[in-house]
Design a protein around this ligand. Structure first.
Ligand code: PMP
Ligand code: GLN
Length: 372
């Protein structure tokens, strides 16, 4: 879809990457690290300065005491953390439970490991998983329950009861929990009963079986740097590191100390980033609504899912292929985030990214109005 946007000159609300740089201190720290000669292979587990900053971050935000020497692993983005975790623990025939729609890497990685995907549907517009469906999906064949909250593509944040059920089921069936929390800091204020982001590892009974995954790219708007990390008990980190050793071995030396600078930024940076993004969400939500889409307002993340059926489009795949020509905008059909058998359930849904400059969102809104 990004290639389509480039080719047609359409506004790219497809792929989720910010079109503005993140904090100046973080960018400057990368330049400085290059000048200081941090340009050779770092340790496989990551540079100590970043592992220590990650441990401080887990303590500061979540009250989790993490040993930077053994319980943290730096990866080539959250993507490699997911790949190495799945390849480390999923053998042929093992089941992995995911909520669908799901970030597209999950399905591919589980297939690569020879695993079998078991899906729990999230339904437009509130995306709350049905607890009985979740209970039925988890069995003694389950190796991993893969959680993604805040969630891509829906922007949903799972509530405490759902996450507690995940932990209970993982314990009952001796499964691991892999929790992709890359949007942990991009959470918007919501309804009075909205608790915000709850890291799975903070729940009772979760810690010893949970691999938590984060992304510096998301938190500091440096998606091209590909610095992610895993925090987990030492034996799990050792297993994931053994896989990383032969995926990338190491990654991103100068971007590691720079990401560490970001993690130590004051609370105001994190609050400001979320507030800025919330305002962008509101602009695009209003634009989509005015254009005739039925919108599900996300609680977090980069994306908003909109139903095009009110505009007379029942096939979002086709709409997304034609959208550059119809309106000069690119979006991604939600069908990209479900296995082929589930496409009908999301047939008219489109994901739009709002992590873009205000003028881009205003222009996109004006262009989409032409659809009505
Ligand atoms: N998980 C989710 C849910 C994502 O949205 C993304 C980024 N699009 C990733 C993982 C990958 O993160 P990274 O760029 O750090 O590899
Ligand atoms: N996670 C971002 C997205 O969902 C970008 C990563 C990708 O395009 N693979 O759009």
């Amino acid at each position: 879809m990004s290639a389509l946007a480039l080719r047609t000159g359409a506004l790219n609300l497809g792929q989720g990457f910010p079109d503005e740089d993140g904090p100046a201190e973080v960018l400057e720290a990368a330049r400085q690290a290059i000048s200081d000669g941090v340009n050779q292979y770092p340790p496989g587990i990551g540079l100590p300065v970043l592992r220590e900053a990650i441990a401080r971050h887990q303590q500061r935000w979540y009250g989790l005491a993490v040993d930077p020497a053994t319980e943290v692993l730096v990866t080539a983005g959250a993507t490699e953390a997911l790949a190495a975790s799945i390849l480390a623990f999923v053998d042929a025939g093992d089941e992995v439970v995911v909520f669908e729609p799901a970030y597209d890497a999950y399905q591919a990685l589980v297939a690569r490991a020879g695993g079998v995907l078991r899906t729990v549907p999230l339904r437009f517009p509130d995306w709350r998983p049905d607890h009985d469906e979740l209970r039925r999906a988890v069995t003694d064949r389950t190796r991993i329950i893969l959680v993604n909250s805040p969630h891509n593509p829906t922007g949903a944040v799972f509530d405490r009861a759902t996450l507690e059920l995940v932990v209970e089921l993982a314990n009952r069936h001796d499964a691991l929990i892999v929790t992709d929390e890359v949007y942990e800091h991009l959470v918007f204020d919501g309804a009075p009963d909205f608790e915000g982001h709850i890291p799975v590892a903070t729940l009772p009974g979760a810690r010893e079986r949970t691999i938590s995954i984060s992304s510096g790219g998301k938190t500091f708007s440096t998606t091209g740097w590909k610095i992610g990390w895993v925090t987990a008990p030492a034996p799990l980190v050792t297993a994931v590191l053994a896989v990383k050793q032969y995926l990338t071995y190491v990654n991103g030396a100068p971007f590691q100390p720079a990401t560490a600078v970001g993690l130590d930024l004051p609370d105001s940076y994190f609050a400001g980033a979320a507030a800025t993004l919330a305002a962008k969400r509101d602009v695009l939500a209003a634009g989509l609504t005015a254009a005739g889409f039925d919108v599900s307002l996300p609680q977090a993340g980069y994306f908003i899912v909109a139903d095009a059926s009110g505009l007379g489009f029942s096939d979002a795949d086709e709409l997304c292929r034609r959208l550059p020509e119809l309106a000069g905008v690119v979006g991604v059909p939600v069908s990209a985030f479900v296995p082929p058998a589930s496409r009908d359930s999301v047939a008219s849904l489109v994901r739009f990214a709002f992590c873009k400059r205000r003028e881009v969102l205003d222009e996109a809104s004006a262009r989409l109005a032409a659809l009505a």
